[in-house]
Design a protein. Sequence first.
Length: 162
Amino acid sequence: MRHVAQRHRGVTFVSCAAVAAALGAALTGCGLWPSSPSSTSCISWASFSAPQEAFDDAELVVEGNVAPAATTRDVFGYRAAVHTVAVTSVLKGTAEVGASLDVAATPITCTGGELYPDGDPLDVEGEVMLFLTADGGQWRLLSPVQGVLEAGSAGTPDLGSW
């Protein structure tokens, strides 16, 4: 049997078809059903022990204010919520202060349930630090659980929330 996997920026991509073949199971166990089941991916996310590791792995790190999701787009075969971020500071990468970036909230895949079981990670208030990567020229969070760092009471990042 052939194992289908691909590694990109701390993430291992495994197609649902490969998982199903390996387990001898139907694709229904591999998460939410998008419009095209053959295009979904099951992802094993890298875990960052500290924000510096996420910073190092990200292509773009910005601080900004996030607006509620206004649309969706395809991310790994799932319809991910897309938020507009008003950039207030650029810490790594190329972006303009004052620019608006469309950022997809990277979905958790193959859970057999909701895209965001713990809530949309970009559904936040106030200024946050975002760790981003680009797929096909479109920004998304580096991971579904470690892509947003909220500000603490003093306005600095809350490292305890990591």
